[in-house]
Design a protein around this ligand. Structure first.
Ligand code: 9MR
Length: 331
């Protein structure tokens, strides 16, 4: 953020770019024959959500409760998107800041708005190394395991039967090291590598209706060692009957890798859905629009790619606002 909380390059994007980005994604969903600079005339089918729904998919956005008093923000959410992920409000620090005291105020603000509009809700996220409360730090292994299961039961139970998919475990794999290396965290240190399997088993019991996802970044390249590690885990889970239904490719990009569609396909071939869960693409102009088009086209081309979520609505509140990574600019 720049001075006074204003992102440094808010407003720097050329005026036509928003339409170009949305049209790039729309064209790939099949609504437009080719990327166009103007929004399609048929507004009913001309939104991202409506276009995605034509093939049974969704097009969603991460939303933050703190911006719900901005009428332009809410109007854009309601008009364009038919799925939502709470950007921070369903994370552990928000939902169980003190042990066994669950709080859902801001999470419910987002979820109830979405439910009332018939939108799908992705739950994000149950077990992660970040945005966890300090009370977890000094628990014994036995106690930490109980706390993990209790958290899964408490949060999933609150929304039981209403959530489309949950990111059960988020970002557990290491960026470097040998294939399959997990990030060192409170979870690996106290519970060992089996914490992922334990979390998925508890999640299935807590809400059998929700799809259970493993979600991570830098697993977009089909051959990257981090991707191979996640692939091997999913394959092993499927072979042993550990419940898992989907892989979330966060897809915080500079550019999608050339084998992005092949990567979606290889996970789909294991018998899980793929969800593009946190898409944002830095840059600008036609390169950025084309990257959005390629990501969307890759999803459309793989039947088990269920939908796309962009990680925010407007550049001005993006976690990486300096990159102007989203479909809508600060205006
Ligand atoms: O966008 C989120 C930002 O507001 C938070 O400060 C940050 C805290 O870690 O988390 C951001 O969202 C992250 C998501 O939960 C997991 N994948 C990476 C996202 C961007 O950092």
């Amino acid at each position: 953020m720049g001075v006074n909380g204003v992102p440094p390059d808010q407003g720097r994007r050329p005026a036509g770019n928003r339409r170009m980005l949305v049209a790039g994604a729309l064209s790939a969903i099949g609504l437009l024959a080719a990327p166009a600079l103007t929004a399609p005339a048929d507004a009913a089918a001309g939104t991202l959500g409506a276009a995605a729904a034509q093939s049974g998919r969704y097009f969603g956005a991460a939303v933050a409760a703190g911006h719900l008093n901005d009428s332009t923000y809410v109007a854009t959410w309601d008009r364009e998107f038919n799925q939502v992920t709470a950007e921070n409000e369903m994370k552990w620090t928000s939902t169980e800041p003190n042990r066994n005291q669950f709080t859902f105020g801001s999470a419910d603000q987002i979820a109830n708005h979405a439910f009332s509009k018939g939108m799908k809700v992705r739950g994000h996220t149950l077990v992660w190394h970040a945005q966890i409360p300090t009370w977890l730090n000094n628990l014994s292994a036995t106690d930490l395991r109980a706390a993990m299961v209790n958290h899964i039961n408490g949060v999933m139970g609150h929304y039981k039967g209403k959530i489309y998919s949950w990111d059960v475990v988020n970002e557990a794999f290491n960026d470097g090291g040998a294939v399959g290396t997990l990030r060192s965290s409170i979870w690996t240190q106290k519970l060992g590598n089996g914490f992922i399997e334990e979390a998925f088993r508890a999640a299935r019991a807590a809400d059998p209706a929700a799809k259970l996802c493993y979600n991570d970044y830098n697993i977009d390249d089909a051959n990257a060692s981090k991707t191979r590690g996640v692939y091997n885990m999913v394959k092993d889970f499927k072979a042993r009957g550990v419940p898992i239904d989907c892989v979330g490719l966060q897809s915080h990009f500079g550019n999608p890798p050339a084998n992005y569609q092949a990567n979606i396909q290889q996970f789909a071939d294991l018998g899980v859905d793929v969800q593009i869960t946190e898409l944002d693409i830095g840059g600008g102009g036609s390169t950025q629009a084309d990257a959005y088009r390629r990501v969307t086209q890759a999803c459309v081309n793989v039947p088990r790619c269920a939908g796309i979520t962009v990680w925010g609505i407007t550049d001005k509140w993006s976690w990486r606002s300096g990159d102007t990574p989203l479909l809508f600019d600060g205006n």
